[in-house]
Design a protein around this ligand. Structure first.
Ligand code: GAL
Length: 640
């Protein structure tokens, strides 16, 4: 597959006279793709029912004539002001009960039927008009579902839709739900929370103390399903008029909806990679580490999302927005070191990206993102990002074979587990995402190339090692599939700790066939009171006490079993710190017959079918495996 680069362009922001010149410069720099249209609703339909497509026809023609391929975005993340006049109750409502106002973007509730009808209308008009346009080579639905904390809404529309959703989840005779089944599943006898009717059930916000976790988890599932339905409304319309592939651009560490389910309705997953933007408040990293990588980004965070979204796209994925210079929205916004834009781009390609598009073509001289770099400065002179993009384009011309290849190691990531941990963390700051990410870091330190997989992944037998930490609910079929996969499987802590309704199962967890382990009780730990492990390192924040006759591989310093194994199943009874996690990864890798490295923090590698890519995130040279890796570099090693 030919790997390509592109950019995000807003013709509606620039005088008509410069479009040709912009298009010419894009093509000259080696760009293939140009994404347009995703925020342009007020220019496409300035008043209800009055469409102005002439300028977009023109823009697509100009870009196409320059040889560029257009990704056309649907504009539904930015409903114009008049839509709000028509549907004053379409705004999402936050957990405090406050509507989220007009004046930026994403100001809609996924459950509002009137707004969904407006979306269906504009998407239909776009799909009818551009579905067969030869220059429109791909579509993007909406923009960054869930960004700015917009998945979960507590509006009247959401309340109404939730009640309907519950009736389907707890079905009864006829079309109605069975309220007794819901009361039983949620355990509503506790605190006299029993309901007589589905219409008595409210959204789980503004309760006096925490809401019932079963109620909260169903609300998370419902909110996620609303995103899936909203996206599907658009894909069905587009597919009726176009054969071009459809993508959505996901965000980094947005986990409020199930991306696998949204991805099932799309042809390509894409994501928006802002390595420096994410560093301070999304990456689980110490302050020292953030300082160390302030101008490079965390060496594992982008790769984690590349691997996750490869799974969401069932193999097909892009970076739709790549940070090209300083952004405007993080707590601090340093400039990347020279060479980083190129390094990030190559890291994406090494993980299998089909395309990397830089956000945005030219820095905006107005509105919210004036301080966000583009490939061009506001005066149209070249910025550093374009210098590096051009270099990547030239290098890609000689690198047609780059692509992801099968790996032996899989790491399971489950959105429902993320919600369950968030609802019932048991200790301040405990997060499933962070547990999985810590595991991923240890795998990368060991030099593994990793596939991230969903819990219903169908081909577990293709892996030698599967890590599935922290899956709070494990269905019977999942337990069986893991136990019978033939791989070495690492599970724990909290595996199978709740049933699908968020109740504690009996027999007690993890209750996996073939593994004689029972978690008798658990504790969360203060950050200043970790539990030492006998071979070194600590259990850092969450600990389980287990009863077992399995072989004990590691104990705590106070002589409790911490890692146990039976056959190919391995259980870890706590959240290990970085060094202990790395030791554990080595232990399970050895059992799976997989060789490991011990890479420095700055250096990461990724294997494709024919090559090993080495990435040095540091400003100093590293010697690794007999190779000299220059500062801020990509080194390609041919594999035999
Ligand atoms: C993304 C978004 C873009 C732009 C960019 C700035 O989250 O999709 O529209 O706002 O951030 O970094």
């Amino acid at each position: 597959m030919k790997r390509t680069i592109g950019t995000c362009y807003y013709p509606e922001h620039w005088p008509r006279e410069i479009w040709e010149e912009d298009a010419r410069r894009m093509a000259e720099a080696g760009l293939t793709w140009v994404r347009i249209g995703e925020f342009a609703w007020s220019r496409l339909e300035p008043e209800p029912g009055r469409y102005e497509f002439g300028w977009l026809d023109d823009a697509i023609a100009v870009l196409g004539a320059a040889g560029l391929r257009v990704v056309l975005g649907t504009p539904t993340a930015t409903p114009p002001r008049w839509i709000l006049d028509r549907h004053p109750d379409m705004l999402a409502v936050d957990a405090e009960g406050r509507p989220r106002k007009f004046g930026s973007r994403r100001h809609y509730c996924f459950s509002h039927e009137g707004y969904k009808a407006e979306c269906a209308r504009i998407v239909t008009r776009l799909a009818e008009r551009y579905g067969r346009n030869p220059h429109v080579a791909a579509w993007q639905t909406d923009n960054e579902y869930g960004c700015h904390d917009t998945t979960i809404s507590y509006s009247d529309a959401a309340r109404k839709a939730f009640r309907l959703w519950l009736r389907t989840r707890y079905p009864g005779p006829g079309n109605d739900g069975d309220i007794r089944a819901l009361n039983e599943a949620w355990g509503n006898v506790f605190w006299s929370m029993e309901y007589a009717d589905f219409d008595d059930i409210d959204t789980p916000n503004l309760t006096v103390t925490e809401p019932n976790p079963s109620h909260a988890l169903d609300y998370r599932r419902f909110s996620s399903d609303q995103v899936v339905a909203f996206n599907r409304l658009q894909t069905e319309i587009i597919r009726a008029h176009s054969d071009a592939p459809i993508a959505h651009n996901y965000m980094g560490r947005v986990t409020d909806f199930d991306h696998y389910k949204v991805g099932a309705d799309l042809d390509i997953a894409s994501w928006d990679s802002y390595p420096l933007g994410f560093l301070e408040d999304r990456v689980p990293a110490s302050v020292e580490r953030q300082r160390q990588y302030a101008r490079q980004g965390d060496p594992d965070f982008q790769a984690f999302h590349h691997d996750l979204y490869r799974a969401v796209g069932r193999g097909r994925w892009w970076v739709m927005e790549q940070q090209p210079g300083p952004v405007n929205w993080a707590p601090h916004n340093p400039a990347p070191l020279p060479g980083m834009v190129r390094l990030w781009s190559w890291e994406a390609f090494a993980h299998g990206a089909e395309a990397v598009c830089y956000f945005r073509w030219r820095q905006a001289p107005m509105a919210q993102e004036q301080m966000h770099a583009g490939l061009l400065r506001p005066d149209s002179a070249e910025a550093q990002g374009l210098v590096e993009a051009r270099q990547v384009a030239a290098e890609l011309a000689d690198a047609t074979k780059v692509g992801a290849s099968p790996t032996s190691v899989a790491l399971m990531f489950d959105y429902e587990a993320e919600w369950a941990w968030a609802i019932q963390p048991h200790g301040k700051g405990l997060s499933y995402f962070e547990l999985v990410f810590d595991t991923y870091r240890a795998l990368r330190r060991a030099g593994h190339s990793v596939d991230i997989i969903p819990p219903d992944h169908e081909h577990l037998e293709s892996y030698k090692l599967i890590l599935a930490p922290g899956l709070m609910h494990m269905s019977g079929p999942l337990k069986k599939a893991l136990a019978e996969s033939g791989a070495v499987v690492l599970i724990g802590p909290r595996s199978g700790a709740r049933d699908s309704a968020m109740r504690t199962p009996v027999p007690l967890p993890p209750a996996i066939p073939g593994l004689d382990v029972t978690v008798s009780h658990v504790e969360s730990l203060r950050p200043d009171s970790p539990v030492p492990l006998a071979p070194g390192g600590t259990i850092r924040s969450y600990r389980e006490f287990i009863e077992t006759v399995a072989e004990v591989l590691e104990r705590t310093a106070d002589n409790e079993p911490a890692v146990v194994a039976e056959g190919k199943l391995v259980y870890v009874a706590g959240w290990f710190d970085a060094d202990a996690m790395f030791r554990l990864v080595r232990t399970v890798s050895d059992r799976a017959g997989l060789a490991t490295l011990d890479l420095p923090d700055d250096v990461r590698c990724r294997d494709t079918g024919t090559e090993r890519f080495w990435f040095n995130y540091s400003t100093r040279e590293h010697e690794v495996q007999g190779k000299t890796l220059p500062p801020i570099s990509v080194t390609r090693e041919t594999l035999i």
